[in-house]
Design a protein around this ligand. Sequence first.
Ligand code: NAD
Ligand code: DAU
Length: 340
Amino acid sequence: MKTILVTGGAGFIGSNFVYYELKKYKDLRVVCLDSLTYAGNLETLKEAMANPNFRFVKGDITDRKAVYSLFEEEKFDFVVNFAAESHVDRSIDEPEVFLKTNILGTQVLLDAAKKFGNIRYHQVSTDEVYGDLPLNRPDLFFTEETPIHTSSPYSASKASADLLVMAYYRTYGLPVTISRCSNNYGPYHFPEKLIPLMIANALAEKSLPVYGDGKNVRDWLYVEDHCKAIDMILENGRVGEVYNIGGHNEKTNLEVVKTVLRILGKSESLISFVKDRPGHDMRYAIDPTKIRNELGWYPETSFDEGIEKTVKWFLENKPWWENIINGEYVKYYEKMYSKR
Ligand code: NAD
Ligand code: DAU
């Protein structure tokens, strides 16, 4: 039986990946290492905990001693690193922890993968490392050759990690791959992010804070399609390569917010335009030609279907997100939005 380490598996995408792998492979052990920051939630992994092929370990990827001892014990065949500080607004407010987790944590994992048997390593990165594209050039897309050009402390930390990953490939021959995905949405999305925040606020008839004029464009992908892509890269991706993941699903923020309101039957008068995010990226758009041609990946869920499924999931799983927004999150919301 092979064993995969999934770091950050108590967060949004990592947990979806844990469930994807446990469902797809009956002969794979999945070990999740997560320090349970504000974004990690054991409730999310409740069903996985009942699976004998799953193990949860509470630990920090920057803790070299703990990471080495886990690698020594588990003899991993694969490592997939989702663990990160992931929210751009928080990185603008307090950058340091982003550098620590996203860069130094990645380095610890790379060292462990090198030390304990040259383990196949996959880094979950982001399209944000490419910076942004202008709104008046719809013909432009991010390819794997687009230069790194970051905007926020978050994207700068993710880009730094990517450079380290490639350095470990070139210098030490560590078998690595990197994926750079566009914006995900779906079950277990943390309520600080655009779509779940708008769902929660609309249901409470609170105002929906749209940054700037709402014309910024994001390229949305249903989270399961991201998980499928990572699984395919682990199986058949070429080591030393970067793969962009995205499904040509560009929407302005205003379009997304209005879609959420329409599905929930709420009024557009709830929308409130607030002060813009500093350094706000205008447009992200992925060219997924490489992963489609090399690995046969394509997105299975359209935005119309995915957003309906997502809103339904949030309606059916209110205790999951209500617990979050009624806890520590109250202070966060107050700090970020009260004077905006
Ligand atoms: P998330 O914030 O929902 O989850 C992050 C998880 O990592 C949490 O469970 C948290 O507890 C854990 N974690 C944080 N610091 C840790 C540490 N030092 N040690 C161990 N665990 C730690 O994030 P997400 O949205 O699921 O993103 C996962 C990964 O995917 C990130 O690397 C992010 O950069 C990348 N990504 C996200 C998106 C997106 O749209 N959300 C798109 C592309 C790439
Ligand atoms: O592109 C991939 C990235 O997508 C990931 O690497 C990040 O981890 C993930 O958080 C996401 O980053 P964004 O900054 O694009 O996501 P966010 O949900 O924070 O914001 C999406 C857009 O909505 C962005 O243009 C800012 C805007 N926004 C966001 C919030 C939270 C608002 O207008 N109002 C809000 O309250």
